[in-house]
Design a protein around this ligand. Structure first.
Ligand code: NAD
Ligand code: UD1
Length: 339
């Protein structure tokens, strides 16, 4: 019988790509998503690509009765927990909504898991927990918690909560995955990133300029101490990230406790490098102007990935050009996303 996985937030950007990777690796997948930031079209397309569908349950992870019932109805062995609100900017305006959604949903999930004797959990954290890095590349033992916004603090608080939980009961096997900057899309161009409204993140913004739904990119600052003055980040292909989850799942099933891994490439690229590479790949101009620095941004943020390589046997494989090629294929074939 196939190993059955619950994927929370599986209709979203990273969750849909990981659901596909799980189906392709012969897992059975149940997705719970309230569609607050996604469309179920993503899962229909995942089903088309895989030739096998995930079971989709539309509902909210904070609904304890629903979540308990899902564990009663299905012999779930492990959970990949993606569901969260993720906009830094929105979290500054609406901190309570962010804390309520992200913390309460994780508590409800863990309570239901414990009641059902399910203890394998992979959690989506973020490099945001490192705050302003004192050194790059950033290793997992870099101090955490000096985050500058409620979204980041919600991730930090959940990391602490999960660590305490694993201390309380040795049956818990928890992976905390700190993602750097996920970009790109499945090579088919059928699933990809489809943020609501005006994107906050660089790649989706560039893609919308390229298809003409936005007119110009603002580059936030060109006076950072980096190679060309613009911010440097560790962009990672979403398919590499998805595979990292499968490796983490294999690793925790053999080891109790909490395990933290950075998922990045270890390479930094500046905003201008990304813009130039995207123009070459898409053959479209990306008009831009230099704007003031964005509050909360850091000059450079990229990962030390040696722990994941050593302990998971996982390594990112896609180049920046491949990430941009796949992001462009998705955006150019779906200029309005899933709509
Ligand atoms: P996303 O918004 O595309 O996916 C999150 C999904 O969770 C959405 O489909 C949304 O509808 C669902 N959801 C939210 N609250 C829910 C709830 N209470 N009940 C049920 N479903 C709920 O985001 P993503 O980019 O795929 O991110 C996935 C995870 O990775 C999030 O936890 C995010 O914080 C984390 N992360 C993302 C990035 C990034 O750049 N995309 C970076 C670091 C960490
Ligand atoms: C942002 C979030 C971070 C979150 C991550 C992934 C902030 C301060 N940080 O990280 O918490 O984990 O997304 O979701 O929002 N840029 C521009 N113009 C734009 C957009 C971005 O110049 O229109 C620049 C930024 O200044 C940065 C780089 O592009 O140097 C990458 O930005 P972005 O994609 O938003 O990611 P992060 O800032 O790394």
């Amino acid at each position: 019988m196939r190993h059955k996985i619950l994927v929370t937030g599986g209709a979203g950007y990273i969750g849909s790509h990981t659901t596909l990777a799980l189906l392709e690796a012969d897992y059975d997948v149940i997705v719970l998503d309230n569609l607050s930031n996604s469309s179920k079209a993503s899962l229909e397309r995942v089903g088309d690509i895989a030739g096998r569908k995930p079971l989709f349950i539309e509902g909210d992870l904070r609904d304890a009765a629903l979540v308990n019932q899902i564990f009663k109805d299905h012999p779930i062995e492990s959970v990949l927990h993606f569901a969260a609100l993720k906009s830094v900017e929105e979290s500054v305006r609406e901190p309570l909504r962010y804390f309520e959604n992200n913390l309460f949903s994780t508590m409800t999930l863990c309570q239901a898991m414990a009641s059902a004797n399910v203890f394998n959990l992979v959690f989506s954290s973020s490099a945001v927990v490192y705050g302003t890095p004192s050194i790059v590349p950033i290793a997992e033992n870099h101090p955490v918690g000096q985050t500058t916004n409620p979204y980041g603090r919600s991730k930090f608080m959940i990391e602490q909560m999960l660590t305490d939980l694993a201390h309380s009961d040795p049956r818990w096997k928890i992976a905390i995955l700190r993602y750097f900057n996920p970009v790109g899309a499945h090579a088919s161009g059928r699933i990809g990133e489809d943020p609501n409204g005006i994107p906050n993140n660089l790649l989706p913004y560039i893609c919308r300029v390229a298809v003409g739904t936005l007119t110009e990119l603002k580059i936030f600052g060109n006076d950072y101490p980096t190679i060309d003055g613009t911010g440097v980040r560790d962009y990672i292909h979403v398919l590499d990230l998805a595979n990292g989850h499968l490796s983490a799942l294999d690793a925790i099933r053999k080891n109790s406790g909490t395990h933290i891994w950075n998922l990045g490439t270890g390479q930094g690229h500046s905003v201008l490098e990304v813009v130039k590479a995207f123009e070459a790949i898409s053959d479209r101009p990306i008009p831009y102007k230099i704007a003031p620095r964005r509050a909360g941004d850091v000059a450079a943020c990229f990962a030390n990935v040696s722990k994941a390589e050593r302990e998971l046997g996982w390594k990112a494989t896609y180049t920046l050009n491949e990430m941009l090629r796949d992001a462009w294929k998705w955006q150019s074939t779906n200029p309005l996303g899933y709509k």
